[in-house]
Design a protein around this ligand. Structure first.
Ligand code: FEO
Length: 393
């Protein structure tokens, strides 16, 4: 059995083959559904379960662990990739009780039809003894659902924060063995799942300061045995600081918008700005989301289609609007044939972002010299705005 510390075991499942989460998020490196078994001198607790597609793996691991009984199933979060196997585990261990907060309990009753009598409902900060080990429950709401909580195992100084600090990474390594790879996967995970909740995460990071944490065991990806690695990364990502970067998702039908994108990108590079350009016909939205974590400016490139933005550009706007990156500026470039409301539509689709809109550059037909000059002016304005923020020289 894979062991984090004495009598603390990893009993979850690695999903090497999963390629998509929520029918939206690409998983280029698979994922894992981490569950942990804690054998105290008197009681045994299972922290979370696994996605229902991997219940058999969890059951095999529990059998291998030699756990004759499970007293408590701690459910940190009601999303099914962690709680989906609870009904099966309750059939195998009928004496087990589900330990969670009131909000999560109600969601588990709705989602999994678990009877109310099977729950122990706990409060924030409450402890539950396993004998020689003590679980302390720490509510960490909105990472990324409202009911999410973590468990701090006091004697071992392990924090189990469920999705927070996770990474979609299938690996045979129990612990982080390659920080660069895990950093990339964790940043992708943050960008896709956690970024809309920067505010609550900041508060939860503050709250965690009261815990002496030696190890972080999330519900996806490897266990972090040097916690400052992932905590410092999160502090950077959730901060209000942006970088001297422009993200430019675009789509072009007949080369007009593409010519404008290429010109603007060259112009920005000449001004010392890092640019991340994404063709929306082939984009990995995880990469686009990651680029949005740090960028000071977002530029949408789109032709006008049926009087509005190209649907792929509209999709990128809806995605960015949902993820709520901390960008400070936005603009639009593109083309039109005979009119339309593309700019107004795109500005409306980005309504959640607290950005200043810099004057768009929209060409009639194929861009002319005056349009390329306007793009250079746009690059000048972006460079000046970045200098005002003291993120560019
Ligand atoms: Fe990994 Fe929010 O579930």
């Amino acid at each position: 059995m894979r062991q984090l510390k004495a009598n603390v075991y990893a009993v979850g499942a690695i999903d090497w083959d999963r390629k998509l989460f929520d029918e939206l998020i690409p998983l280029p490196d698979g994922t894992s559904y981490n569950a942990y078994l804690i054998k105290g001198s008197e009681k045994t607790a299972l922290l979370d379960t696994v996605d229902p597609t991997k219940t058999n793996v969890l059951i095999d691991n529990l059998v291998k662990s030699g756990a004759a009984k499970i007293d408590y199933i701690v459910s940190h979060h009601a999303e099914q990739d962690h709680c989906g196997s609870i009904p099966e585990i309750l059939l195998l261990y009928p004496e087990a009780l589900v330990v969670t907060n009131a909000k999560c309990r109600d969601m588990l009753m709705d989602l999994l039809h678990i009877e109310e009598g099977k729950f122990i409902t706990i409060e924030d900060g409450q402890t539950l003894s396993l004998g020689d080990k003590t679980m302390q429950f720490v509510f960490i709401p909105w990472v990324h659902w409202p009911e999410t909580m973590g468990t701090y195992l006091k004697e071992d100084k392990i924090f189990f924060p469920c999705d927070l600090f996770g990474s979609h990474l299938a690996t045979s390594s129990l612990f982080v063995d390659d920080q660069a790879t895990v950093y990339e996967a964790a940043k992708r995970y943050y960008a896709e799942i956690m970024m809309p909740f920067r505010g609550p995460i900041k508060k939860n990071l503050e709250k965690m300061k009261q815990l002496q944490i030696e190890m972080i065991a999330p519900s996806h990806g490897p266990v972090v045995d040097k916690p400052e690695f992932i905590i410092n990364a999160y502090k950077d990502w959730v901060s209000d600081d942006v970088k001297n970067e422009v993200v430019l998702p675009y789509v072009s039908m007949h080369e007009s918008t593409r010519k404008m994108v290429e010109h603007l990108v060259d112009s920005l590079i000449e001004r010392g700005i890092t640019v991340r350009q994404f063709n929306l016909t082939t984009v990995d939205i995880g990469k686009l989301a990651m680029a949005l974590v740090d960028a000071a400016t977002i530029i949408i490139g789109s032709p006008t289609v049926l009087t509005g933005a190209h649907p792929k550009a509209a999709y990128a706007c809806i995605l960015a609007n949902s993820l709520r990156p901390k960008a400070k500026f936005a603009s639009v470039i593109g083309s039109y044939g005979w009119g339309g409301k593309m700019v107004e539509q795109i500005a409306g689709l980005l309504a959640n972002l607290k950005v200043e809109i810099i004057e768009p550059v929209i060409a009639k037909g194929s861009p002319k010299d005056s349009d390329f000059t306007a793009l250079d002016n746009l690059a000048d304005k972006i460079a000046a705005k970045h200098k005002e923020l003291k993120i560019a020289k």
